[in-house]
Design a protein around this ligand. Sequence first.
Ligand SMILES: C/C=C(\C)C(=O)SCCNC(=O)CCNC(=O)[C@H](O)C(C)(C)COP(=O)(O)OP(=O)(O)OC[C@H]1O[C@@H](n2cnc3c(N)ncnc32)[C@H](O)[C@@H]1OP(=O)(O)O
Length: 661
Amino acid sequence: MSGADIREFSRPMTGPALVPLIDAIEAGEKPVVAAIEGMALGGGLELALGCHYRIAHSKAQLGLPEVTLGLIPAAGGTQRLPRLIGFPAALDMIITGRRVSAGDALKLGIVDQVTERNAGEVAVAFARSVVDCPLVSRRLSTWPPLCPADLDNILQMALARAWQRGRGALAPVACVQAVQAARLPYSQGMQQEQKLMSMLFASPQARALQYCFFSQRAVGKWSMPNGACWDNSTARPIRKAAVIGLGTMGRGIAVCLVLAGIPVIAMETDEKQLEAARRVVMALLEKEVQKLAVGLHLGLIHFTLEQRYLREVDLVIEAVFEDLALKKQLFAELSSVCHPDTLLCTNTSQLDVDQLATATSRPDLVVGMHFFAPANKIKLLEVVFTSRSSPEAVATAMQLGKWLGKVSVAVANCPGFVGNRMLRPYVEQAGFLLEEGATPEQVDSALEHFGLAMGVFRMSDLSGLDVGWRVRKAAGLTGPGVPQGQLLQTQQGYRYSPLADLICQKGRLGQKTGCGWYLYEGPGGHMARPDPWVHAFLEEYRRVHGLQPRSIGQQEVLERCLFALINEGFRVLEDRIVMDPVALDVIYVLGYGWPAHTGGPMYYAGEVGLPRVLGRLEYYQRVHPDIPHLRPSALLRQLVAKGSPPIHKWMWHIEEGSSRL
Ligand SMILES: C/C=C(\C)C(=O)SCCNC(=O)CCNC(=O)[C@H](O)C(C)(C)COP(=O)(O)OP(=O)(O)OC[C@H]1O[C@@H](n2cnc3c(N)ncnc32)[C@H](O)[C@@H]1OP(=O)(O)O
């Protein structure tokens, strides 16, 4: 039982209500044994906690995921679980919403027995054995709370963790407040639980998180403009895969494949790099084996310098240096080395997948599989199809992503695909704000206050500033042969901020060099500190270019950065790079640390109100006519003209035949 039907939350609820039902079971005079197979989640686990005993199958999983839906477990979960397993363990499960295995549930004391046999049969036998035992000590609601001496401290720490994890989300904090009420008599604790739940249930955050839940499932039902889609295309089995290029991304991808049980050929061209990769990958795998307490066959991965091993694989993921000529050459080689049916995938984050496909003898079997760093942690995969990708190739990449535990989103090929394409105007605005008077920490603080996992400058320092520098050079925006623009700096006819290029020229490439937009403890350091050098550098830059710095408020930072990103999202929809705006929201929430409790950028735009987004873009466009990304997209204008329909109706307003494919 995986809990409530979430779709019911937006409809009038029908009975019977869960709380009196669970109370009645618990108060009953017959012993009730919960037999748990599969999932006991949310209301499912709360029901089990109302039973007098719990028997779980060894493969069962238990959890209270309400927090991920913007709610708290409000059928007594916040009151019974701390009584059963103590405050620290209950807080951990309830604030994170994480699932525990049957084995862990036994260790925690949530279940009384774990079985490899049919849980129902074992539970019946167990019930017979306890039929004469008194039930009075089995009713959790009657247990006194297990209050350790340092409970206040535990609750304080949990609250701090909830604030930090939540980044503005209300539910994690409410979870702590509800669990805190478990130190009161049960009936009073339940009143507090109900009060907190009523506040959350109708909240915009809960609606947004429930939208995220369904969006992450909806993107699995992918479709392409040519009519190919998830239910008319068959994925091929992947019995063995290869990863070529074992830098940071390649290593992470190899780890993902092994953890999913897929044999991997991990290939490099350089002996030293191969050995370094072997050490890192094996260490990561061993750590996972310990953490997951699972038996993992570490022999699933074979490190090699030899291309001949590629003959036996069903799919190759190329993760070499981000250089189009190098990748094209590799794809041409793969065409002759690999079996004619082998799928050739590229992990490029922004290069033209169509061009790579053209370099092969099998363009129909070429797709992008854009993983996000760290590849073994981030749950997102952009599957990039070209005009020639076969439905089978797309289906296989989408299916493989799911198998690797990712949420796969199918997107059409375009510069930057979806995520990085929308990121460009956002990063660009942040650069302009520095020119106009802001500091990196002011911009980041506004964005982090909004709920983003990391502000734009901290994120750039983490990824490495040379990544964007290389892209700008390839686009002809900067580099030795490119003439410098006028005041304000312009390139290719539009405003261009060279600040990031100048920072790179100073050898400040971010965390890896110990400095970038911030200062770190040393190369590879993580703790970002404001850097007086950067402040002086910005002041000098403004002086040289005659820019009068002004005070820039939080609202302007948010509107310029976020609305520019959203505006590009509307252009992505106009170009039919994806078939549904939910895809953009999934990509941003899972891949770019956008706060899930706002639903994602496009959902957020709907919540803010499309007329407001349009109005503010129009205003900023008037002030900055030389920034094309602030010019409102045609789709946004059209939607506002049509009365701002809800997000699921947006695509109805895009003209047929506007697909780029
Ligand atoms: C008040 C509140 C109370 C009493 C609660 O109980 S709140 C807690 C509600 N339950 C949950 O949050 C659990 C949510 N579901 C899951 O975590 C997972 O779906 C699963 C672990 C149960 C199964 O995972 P998996 O096998 O990968 O399948 P999918 O996630 O793809 O789901 C399959 C389809 O089922 C739909 N679904 C799943 N759970 C719910 C739900 N609780 N309510 C409504 N619909 C649900 C899901 O959307 C998929 O539907 P389709 O996309 O195939 O149409």
